[in-house]
Design a protein around this ligand. Structure first.
Ligand code: UD1
Length: 422
């Protein structure tokens, strides 16, 4: 069990480059199953979620060659459509494999997916969409089996713009007969990235980034080379890291438009952020309370940045209110932040944060990926030593967050043995 030990109080400075997006690579890996040629993906983050997805693909018969941040896949030897339960449970994104496997092999059997404990995460929208494309679905003893002869194009209205359901149905529709129209879809940049990747392989998908995506079924897909878009959540986390330590950091390889909601709230909170075409400079300042952070589907404020902004607002002058509208129960970081001296209370789906002058180092536990990142951020400026347990959650989505922060001058170490006297 690895832990982070952080001595708070160092102002961060310097330059950091952001890697490719976790939420792009996971569906893109699933989409590569649809190809009959070799696929190469560049700027792949070396995070544990990617490793789990690759383990699943390997079990399905895919050949994989992963060197540094470049990944080659050959799915021509795809041999089975049954995903091992142990791997399926490790990551919610394994659900994306349903669409491509149904498209390519006409059947799939999966167990209910796992993932971070951030509230109930049903898959009803995925299944409703697949059923409307002619898929027969049987849910039994914790497993979902689905089969279809040929999928047929359909018009599907999502009750909620679910990111995963949008991506799964886009992929299922690639080999469906005729046109599929998906209404009220998610508009996240990673969905546009998936569309671009699919079209490079020869698919006919349009509309990603708007409310309606149309897919015209094709007979086969070729190989392709694709560079992932940068990870906007890692970029947002690093902006907060600079702000919370009153530092000055340049963040390179970003797409500023993808971060507009985050940048705008962080400016309101007192950070100085200067945008360039593919980078930005952030400088700390006096943190002010912000009473209107509300998580929403893109282009709203991302739920994946909610814990991190809460860490920052813990230090604000005044009261802040953060409402979580996307996931129920995504407040597991609050207990841990309060152990460090934050003053946060919860009323239904809102957190009320009474800013304090200082947090104090404490022994805390990362309850999930982004909550873990928030604790690291809090520890960077807390007085004394913070010990963070369960950092494997953080490694799911950040490629060595400890090394990134060390590069900017943070005093953070990864340790293996239990640390006493903290
Ligand atoms: C994706 C992201 C995750 C992000 C989330 C919301 C990836 C790999 N993960 O997760 O980082 O936090 O989007 O931006 O891209 N829902 C249903 N039924 C369904 C599907 C979803 O009710 O069939 C609900 C969920 O319970 C949740 C909401 O819709 O309350 C959003 O979920 P969704 O957009 O599907 O998130 P994920 O794709 O799991």
């Amino acid at each position: 069990m690895e832990k982070f030990v952080i001595e708070g109080g160092e102002r961060l400075s310097g330059k950091i480059r952001i890697t490719g997006a976790k939420n792009s690579i996971l569906p893109i890996l699933a989409a590569s199953l649809l190809s009959s040629g070799k696929v190469r993906i560049e700027d792949v983050p070396r995070i544990s979620d990617v490793k789990v997805m690759l383990d699943i693909l390997e079990c399905l018969g895919v050949k994989i060659d992963w060197k540094e941040n470049s990944l080659e896949l050959d799915a021509d030897s795809l041999s089975t459509s049954e995903i091992p339960e142990k791997l399926m449970c490790e990551m919610r994104s394994s659900i994306f494999l349903m669409g491509p496997l149904l498209g390519k092999l006409g059947k799939v059997k999966v167990s209910y997916p796992g993932g971070c404990a951030i509230g109930p995460r049903p898959i009803d929208l995925h299944l409703k969409g697949l059923i409307s494309m002619g898929v027969e679905v049987v849910e039994e003893n914790g497993y979902v089996s689905a089969k279809a002869g040929t999928l047929k194009g359909s018009t599907i209205h999502l009750d909620f713009p679910s990111v995963g359901a949008t991506e799964n149905l886009m992929m299922a529709a690639i080999y469906a007969k005729g046109f599929t129209r998906l209404h009220n879809v998610a508009k996240e940049p990673e969905i546009v990235d998936l569309q671009n990747f699919l079209n490079k392989m020869g698919a006919r998908v349009r509309g990603a980034g708007t409310d309606i995506i149309t897919i015209e079924g094709v007979k086969s897909l070729d190989g392709a080379v694709h560079r992932l878009i940068p990870d906007r959540i890692i970029a947002g986390t690093m902006i907060v890291a600079a702000g919370i330590t009153d530092g000055e950091v340049i963040i390179e390889n970003i797409i500023p438009e993808h971060l507009e909601a985050v940048i705008s709230k962080l400016r309101e909170a007192g950070l100085e952020i200067l945008e360039d075409s593919d980078s930005l400079m952030v400088r700390g300042g006096k943190i002010k309370g912000v009473n209107s952070v509300r998580t929403l589907p893109y282009p709203g404020f991302p739920t994946d940045m909610q814990p991190q902004i809460m860490a920052l607002l813990s230090y604000a002058d005044g009261i802040s209110v953060v409402k979580e509208s996307v996931f129920e129960g995504r407040f597991s970081h609050i207990n841990e932040l309060n152990k460090m001296g934050a003053q946060i209370t919860v009323q239904e789906r809102s957190a009320i944060i009474k800013g304090v002058n200082n947090l104090k180092g404490a022994k805390v536990k990362a309850p999930d990926l982004r909550a873990g990142a928030a604790l690291v951020l809090a520890g960077l400026s807390a007085q004394g030593t913070t010990l963070i347990d369960e950092v494997h959650y953080i490694d799911r989505g950040y490629e060595r967050l400890d090394l990134m922060l060390q590069k900017l001058g943070a005093n953070i170490k990864r340790v293996h043995a239990p640390v006493i006297n903290v």
